[in-house]
Design a protein around this ligand. Structure first.
Ligand code: ZN
Length: 301
């Protein structure tokens, strides 16, 4: 059973579960309306949150907002039966995905096309079972926006801001100003589809610039993590920001980036998480170079 928790005056969450990549779901409860943040990775996942809300007497969602199109955040939509709000990029991708029948063959093709990853398909099969019992219904969101949208729930408001980034171009932050809570979705993560995982320094630093605009935040929530207090979050993310700056400065000089990051952290050897992330940034540098050459009309040689 997932942990259900009230994290601020108006916000209840169900924690992430990693076995089948279930992200955090949140209910933001105003005097007039309750807003659901992310739909869950399946109707079963959605149902657990719904039951938990009911048991605690929390008013059920009247509408939902999606942080980005990825399956684990959206494939539970059909279980809620309420209007959904999403960035236009999220709407477009879900519209494309709604055409598929999710057979093993389809999933294999989507992995070959790098629309999904092998890890995602493994999680989806565990969540939905074998082909004969698998039923996946994808719903197209009802309301779409481009840059930002503000939702008044009665005494409390939510601001959804499109931020993009490497993880998914349609990523949004969800800010609940009155409760000083910022939901980051998966925006700060590396790309997970379209080839090997990658980060770009430009993408990461632009997300950080956006993040620093929210000055009053006291609780930061990443969808596959746990809610984190301001000081702890900024200390941790500051190290990643430093890494992105070193990549911006030194490009593909992996050795120099590794050395300078170790100095920054005052460690003899760089922790594995950062060593791995440097690898993702190097993929990003290489990809940027290829795209740049193509844009300049070169043939990449
Ligand atoms: Zn994601």
């Amino acid at each position: 059973m997932s942990k259900f928790e009230q994290i601020s005056a108006h916000i209840w969450i169900m924690h992430a579960e990693h076995e089948t990549d279930r992200p955090i779901l949140a209910a933001i409860v105003g005097e007039r309306r309750t807003l659901l943040m992310d739909a869950g990775n399946s109707p079963a996942h959605a149902g657990l949150f719904r039951e938990a809300l009911k048991r605690r007497g929390v008013k059920l969602p009247d509408l939902m907002v999606l942080t980005h199109w990825h399956w684990d955040h959206t494939f539970g939509m059909s279980a809620w039966g309420v209007p959904a709000i999403a960035h236009s990029g999220t709407v477009k991708t879900l519209r494309d995905l709604a055409r598929y029948h999710w057979s093993d063959e389809t999933m294999k093709t989507l992995v070959q096309q790098e629309m999904l990853s092998a890890a995602t398909v493994k999680d989806m099969k565990e969540e939905y079972g074998v082909e004969s019992e698998r039923s996946i219904e994808i719903i197209e969101p009802d309301v779409q926006f481009e840059d930002r949208i503000r939702i008044d729930l009665g005494g409390i408001s939510c601001e959804i801001q499109h931020v993009g980034g490497d993880h998914s171009e349609d990523s949004c932050y969800v800010y609940v100003r009155e409760d000083k809570v910022l939901f980051l979705g998966d925006a700060l993560g590396p790309s997970v589809y379209g080839g090997p995982r990658s980060y770009t320094s430009a993408g990461f630093l632009s997300l950080m610039d956006r993040l620093h605009e929210y000055e009053g935040v006291q609780i930061f929530v990443e969808s596959h993590g746990v809610p984190v207090s301001r000081d702890a979050f900024l200390a941790d993310i500051g190290e990643w920001e430093q890494l992105a700056r070193l990549v911006a400065l030194h490009g593909d000089d992996r050795e120099r980036i590794t050395e300078e990051m170790a100095v920054h952290l005052s460690v003899a050897e760089l922790p594995e998480t950062f060593a791995e992330a440097i690898g993702w940034f190097m993929v990003g540098v290489e990809r940027g170079r290829t795209l740049g050459l193509r844009a300049a009309g070169g043939d990449g040689t």
